[in-house]
Design a protein around this ligand. Structure first.
Ligand code: NAD
Length: 494
C-alpha cells in the first residue's frame, strides 16, 4: 500500500483478516486534509480478537524461541525497509516532523533483539532438604497493549516484541489520534509469517474498545502507555475484572536543575530540545527548569535563542523541527494553559517564526518565569511547547522543589561538581535521572519508567521479557537427597 492514496482505510486485524467497521475520520493537523477513515472497534470485536489470540496461543507458545523469532526478525526487516513511509504516516496523522522520526529504528531494534533474546530462565534451588526445586517462566496466555499517539511505533514495538517472544498472543489497540503507522505494520504481519490470531490490531477510542480490553476476563497481562487519568481508569477496570498484570507508563512533569558551574550552553540547548522536541508532546520532556539565580539571566537568554531558531512548519518537510499540536483538542488544551499562565507569570514568547499559512494548530514556544510553586502550571502536564524556568539559591532548595510533584518520570542535573551531581541524582524522586544530559537521552539496557504517579513497572530490552511471563515454583521431592530426613520435610522454613 502506498500512503499517497489518501484517505487510508484502516480496518481491524482480527485472526489474520482485515475487518471493516463503521469509520471515524482522521485529519492532518497540519493541512486539515482527510488522511484516514478508521474502523472503530466494538466490544464484540475485542471479544473476537481475544478469542483469536486465545486459540492461537498454545501453538505459538509451543514453538522454540528461535522459531518464534523468525517472524519477529522478518518484521524488523520489513519495518526497516518501510521506515520513510512509516515516518510519513505519523507526519500525516499526528504532525510528527519526519526529521524527528527515530521510531522506525526503535521498532527495528526491539523486534530484532526479541527475535533472538527470548530464552527466559528461572531459578533452581537445593536449599530445602530432600527437594530439588525449580521455578519456571511461562507466558500469561493472552496479553494486551494500549498505546498513545505521540510515538506509536515506539510503543507498539516495545510491548509487542517481548510479549510475543515470551509466547503470548496479543491484542493491541492503537490511539484514535494516530493509527496509520500501526495499521501499516498490521499489513506486514501475514507476510512476516505470524500465524493468524497471534497479533490482533484494533483501532478506536478508549470507549468502547480500550475499556473492554482493560475489563476483559481472558486478558491476563496488559501494558499501557498514556495519561495518568487513563492509567487510573485501567487499573480500576483491571481490579474490577480479573486483576490482570499491569505495566503502566504514564505522564511526567520532569524537572531539570542547572547549577552555576554547569556548561550553560549545553544545558540551555539540551533542555530546550527536551521540551520543544515534538512540540512538547513527550512524556519525559523537562517542562520545569530550575536555574541557580546567579546564572538565570544568561541561561534564559540562551534558552530563548535556541527556541527561536526552531523551524516550525510542514511535518513532511525535512527542515521542519517542530510540527503542530497533534489535533484540535490538544491545541486547545495547550492554549488554555498558556492563556492562564500569562495572567499569573512573566511570559516570554520566543518569537519563533510561525508557518506562513496553516498555522491553526501551532503553539509558539513559550517560557514562563518565576511561576509560583503551587500554580497549576507547575503541577499539571501541559503536553505542549511550554516551559517554566524558575530560580533557586541552594542545592537543598533545588531538590525540594524538583521533588514537589506527583510525577517522577525523568529528572536532570547539570553541574561540573561530581559529588553534587551524584548527591542530587540520588535525592531526585524519579525513575530516570540525567547527569549533564536530559531527556530524551536514554539507554536500551536501562530500566525505563517512573516513580510515583508516572507509572508502575519498567520496560527495556533487558527488563521487558519478565513483564510477559508468569512465575511458577515447582517443589520436587527427591528421595535420598541431602539428609536422613530427606523426603519428609515439606514445611517452609524447617
Ligand atoms: P491517553 O491516556 O488519552 O490515551 C492513551 C490510550 O488509552 C489511547 O489508545 C486511548 O484510546 C486509550 N484510552 C483512553 N481511555 C481509555 C479507557 N478508559 N480505557 C482504556 N483505554 C483508554 O493518552 P494520550 O493522550 O494518547 O498520550 C499522552 C499521554 O501519554 C501523556 O500523559 C504522556 O505523558 C503519556 N505518555 C507516557 C509515556 C511513558 O513512557 N511514560 C510515553 C508517551 C506518552
Amino acid at each position: 500500500m502506498s500512503s499517497d492514496n489518501l484517505p487510508i482505510e484502516a480496518k481491524l486485524l482480527i485472526n489474520g483478516s482485515f475487518i471493516p467497521r463503521d469509520t471515524f475520520d482522521l485529519h492532518s493537523p497540519y493541512s486539515g486534509e482527510l488522511v484516514g477513515k478508521i474502523s472503530e472497534a466494538t466490544v464484540e470485536d475485542v471479544d473476537a480478537a481475544v478469542a483469536a489470540a486465545k486459540a492461537a496461543q498454545p501453538a505459538w507458545a509451543a514453538l522454540s524461541p528461535q522459531q518464534r523469532g523468525k517472524p519477529l526478525a522478518k518484521l524488523a526487516q520489513m519495518i526497516e525497509d518501510a521506515t520513510p513511509e512509516l515516518a510519513r504516516l505519523d507526519a500525516l496523522s499526528l504532525g510528527r516532523p519526519i526529521s524527528t522520526f527515530f521510531d522506525g529504528h526503535y521498532a527495528v531494534t526491539h523486534f530484532r533483539y526479541f527475535g533472538e533474546a527470548a530464552y527466559p530462565v528461572g531459578t533452581s534451588s537445593l536449599n530445602t532438604p530432600g527437594f530439588m526445586n525449580v521455578s519456571l517462566r511461562q507466558p500469561y496466555g493472552v496479553g494486551a497493549a494500549i498505546i498513545p499517539w505521540n510515538a506509536p511505533l515506539v510503543f507498539l514495538s516495545k510491548k509487542l516484541a517481548p510479549a510475543l517472544a515470551a509466547g503470548n498472543c496479543m491484542v493491541l489497540k492503537t490511539s484514535e489520534k494516530a493509527p496509520l503507522s500501526s495499521h501499516r505494520v498490521a499489513e506486514m504481519l501475514n507476510e512476516a509469517g505470524f500465524p493468524p490470531g497471534v497479533i490482533n490490531i484494533l483501532h478506536g477510542h478508549g470507549l468502547p474498545s480500550g475499556d473492554a480490553i482493560a475489563r476483559h476476563m481472558d486478558i491476563r497481562a496488559l501494558s499501557f502507555t498514556g495519561s495518568v487519568r487513563t492509567g487510573r481508569a485501567i487499573q480500576k477496570a483491571a481490579a474490577d475484572s480479573n486483576f490482570k498484570h499491569l505495566v503502566l507508563e504514564l505522564g511526567g512533569k520532569s524537572p531539570a536543575i542547572v547549577f552555576p558551574d554547569a556548561d550553560l550552553e549545553r544545558a540551555a540547548q539540551e533542555t530546550q530540545n527536551s521540551i520543544m522536541f515534538h512540540s512538547g508532546q513527550t512524556c519525559m520532556a523537562n517542562s520545569r527548569i530550575y536555574v541557580h539565580k546567579d546564572v538565570a539571566e544568561d541561561f534564559v537568554d540562551k534558552f530563548v535563542a535556541f527556541a527561536k531558531a526552531r523551524k516550525l512548519g510542514d511535518p513532511l518537510d525535512e527542515q521542519t523541527t517542530s510540527g503542530p499540536q497533534a489535533d484540535k483538542t490538544q491545541h486547545e488544551a495547550v492554549v488554555r494553559y498558556v492563556e492562564e499562565g500569562k495572567k499569573a507569570s512573566k511570559t516570554i514568547e520566543s518569537s519563533t517564526p510561525m508557518p506562513a499559512d496553516k498555522d491553526d494548530l501551532f503553539v509558539q514556544p513559550t517560557v514562563f518565569l518565576q511561576v509560583p510553586e503551587n500554580d497549576k502550571l507547575e503541577k499539571e502536564e501541559v503536553f505542549g511547547p511550554v516551559v517554566i524556568i524558575n530560580t533557586f539559591e541552594s542545592e537543598e532548595e533545588a531538590v525540594k522543589i524538583a521533588n514537589d510533584t506527583e510525577y517522577g518520570l525523568y529528572a536532570a542535573v547539570y553541574t561540573q561538581d561530581i559529588d553534587r551531581a551524584l548527591r542530587v541524582a540520588k535525592s531526585l524522586e524519579s525513575g530516570m535521572v540525567g547527569v549533564n544530559c536530559t531527556s530524551p537521552t536514554g539507554a536500551w539496557d536501562m530500566p525505563f519508567g517512573g516513580y510515583k504517579q508516572s507509572g508502575l513497572g519498567r520496560e527495556s530490552l533487558l527488563e521487558s521479557l519478565e513483564d510477559w511471563l508468569e512465575k511458577k515454583s515447582l517443589y520436587i521431592r527427591v528421595s535420598g537427597l541431602n539428609s536422613a530426613e530427606a523426603g519428609s520435610s515439606t514445611v517452609l522454613g524447617r
